[in-house]
Design a protein around this ligand. Structure first.
Ligand SMILES: [Zn+2]
Length: 362
């Protein structure tokens, strides 16, 4: 059976092979059985059996398949199983191979429009046994492409909604950013990056900017893979001292640095790195003025050398809420924030948890 592909990014309204299989073919069987004139009983039986098989196909296939309707623009070709024995998946895999080759041989905004014209979309409804990252691996498409196209802000659990699968790697930015992740993606790339595309879904039209070949930044990856993850407590900073062994800037001796030193002008806003409860607001000779916030999962975060504390003890705080201002109190050589993350009392490297400090380090 020839499978006609239907790209969701183009004006649609054509029938697919599926339509042919489940609607037209049984219909023609139906015509045959009532219109045959030469009636040897063997032929008659054969036609009858054909009819029963077709009827069975209609009854059992129609409810679980999307039957593209001439009126419904953009019903996507539906992959039954992520298995090369599935004719639609086989077709999808061939399209992915072409899509990947096109994207990796041509980069940049100038090529985006042209590449986007070759983008084809398929649909797949995951079952309970499916796993999001494994689906992406099976499809040979990076998970960030599937995540952004489907507007997911975290790893979905299955069985769930039907996923749209693109045949090219890249990032899809919806016209109007909704989730925090989408806002983050948009703020890092600008509204005019990539090519403008329209995805026609049954009863819905979605507009995106598609940036072929683009991937999540480490921060976006952390956001998606660990929702409720820590975020940096400063909007802008320079990492002046990393986590781990270092020569102390004060004593000149080798010591362990339990956090990050983030330099920023005195008075810069310091935000809570994650939702939690303030369990300490105090001052000592080392940290100067400092705040400790307790979070879910045995985590605490510490913010040191503050010039002022702008939260109260036992306050419930949200991630991104102002809790203090950068200063140089305590054992400090200049205005900076000493930022620590501990789990069950053990210091952890914030950079690892935040997925890197792209564009912020010096
Ligand atoms: Zn420090």
């Amino acid at each position: 059976m020839l499978v006609r592909r239907l790209s969701g990014v183009r004006p649609a309204g054509r029938s697919t092979g599926l339509f042919h299989a489940v609607v037209r073919r049984p219909f023609s069987c139906f015509i045959k059985i009532f219109c045959f004139t030469d009636s040897s009983s063997a032929k008659r039986l054969k036609s009858y059996l054909k009819f029963v098989v077709c009827l069975f196909a209609i009854l059992f296939l129609v409810p679980v398949r999307v039957v593209p309707d001439e009126e419904t623009a953009g019903a996507l070709p539906l992959i039954g199983r992520l298995d090369t024995r599935d004719v639609m998946f086989k077709q999808f895999s061939a399209d992915v191979a072409l899509g990947r080759r096109a994207v990796f041989s041509r980069r940049g905004d100038a090529a985006a429009e042209e590449l986007a014209r070759g983008l084809i979309l398929y649909a797949y409804t995951p079952g309970a046994e499916d796993d999001f990252l494994r689906i992406a691996a099976r499809c040979n498409i990076p998970y960030d492409a599937i995540a952004t196209l489907n507007r997911l802000s975290r790893i979905p659990s299955f069985p769930g909604d039907t996923l749209i699968l693109p045949t090219m790697p890249g990032i899809f930015i919806p016209e109007e950013a909704g989730s925090d992740l989408e806002k983050l993606i948009l703020s890092g790339r600008g509204g005019n990056a990539g090519a403008s595309i329209v995805v026609n879904l049954p009863g819905e039209k979605r507009r995106y900017r598609f940036i072929p070949g683009d991937t999540f930044t480490p921060n976006e990856r952390a956001f998606f893979l660990n929702p409720g993850v820590f975020r940096f407590p400063l909007q802008k900073f320079t990492l002046t001292s990393a986590f781990g062994r270092r020569i102390s800037p004060i004593s000149g001796r080798l010591s362990t640095h339990n956090g990050l030193d983030l330099a920023a002008p005195a008075g810069t806003d310091v935000y809570a790195a994650r939702d939690g409860t303030v369990i300490e607001t105090s001052e000592n000779s080392v940290y100067g003025k400092y705040v400790v916030i307790e979070h879910e999962g045995g985590w605490t975060s510490l913010y040191g050398h503050l010039s002022s504390i702008n939260t109260g003890l036992r306050s419930k705080v949200k991630a991104g809420i102002l809790i203090g201002r950068v200063g140089s109190t305590g054992l400090s050589t200049g205005p900076h924030l000493h930022f620590e993350l501990r789990q069950n009392g053990r210091a952890q490297d914030p950079v690892r948890l935040l997925g890197g400090v792209k564009g912020q380090t010096e």
